[in-house]
Design a protein. Sequence first.
Length: 305
Amino acid sequence: MTDSMNVFDRRLVRRHRERAAANLEAHDFLFREIAERLADRLDDVTRKFPLALDLGCHGGEIAAVLRGRGGIETLVQCDLSAAMARRAAANGRPTLVVDEELLPFAPESFDLVISDLSLHWVNDLPGCLLQVRQCLKPDGLFLAAMLGGDTLYELRQSLIEAEVAETGGVGPRVSPFADLRDAGGLLQRAGFALPVIDGDRLTGSYPDILKLMRDLRGMGEGNAVRERTGRAVNQAIVARADEIYRRRFGDAEGRLTATFQIIYLTAWAPAAAQQRALAPGSARTRLADALGTTEISAGDKARPR
């Protein structure tokens, strides 16, 4: 996760989603699972969010699980792809075609912005987060999930080794993803308050590497790196990659394990009444008193007994 502005070809990201929209229900398992997990996190918040934005809605998986949860009365859906937006609009909710890098919403429009596995395709992620914060009302909630850097590491390693063996060179075959360690800093830079970052890992099981690659295309998650090689992945590379994958990452039944690292971002638009951390040294109660223990200074601990 960096400030680089041109990692991804956004037109290609759109085309991948356009192609995937028609048959998304056969491949949307990950979107549906993460939508459920985001909704569960929303259940843990006692606040109500009457007007919410689903940023990068795909086929409407967030809308399918919310059903009024979080006190949501109106959910506005938007997606980079017109075909995805049309698919999501079938649920009857207002839906727009919107580029996550150029949000068209007025300041302080929404009580909640929620995003299910879309922001990892954004080039200017700091700028996107700033725009999200600006379109939230004071004390509005931002809740998102995006793919992290360890996603599909098995596929990446297998393809690299196979391509080097077959062609003597290598190009990016799997898109780079965000770094969990940097996410909190980006939220703070965007002006969010009380950021919380955590991660999760999900694994899929596939009979072969071709089925995994078809699933990724079916999700609209194919490689969209701007500097990707123009060479197609030929049968020899795929066959060798499958053998490497099976040898290194296959399970006892001979199936291939694929890892999806999920990064969850939770943060709030600043508001005057929000809790704030105390300045260092301003506490009025000693931790030792609260725990009912005796405080020993660092100097006392260092003295030999």
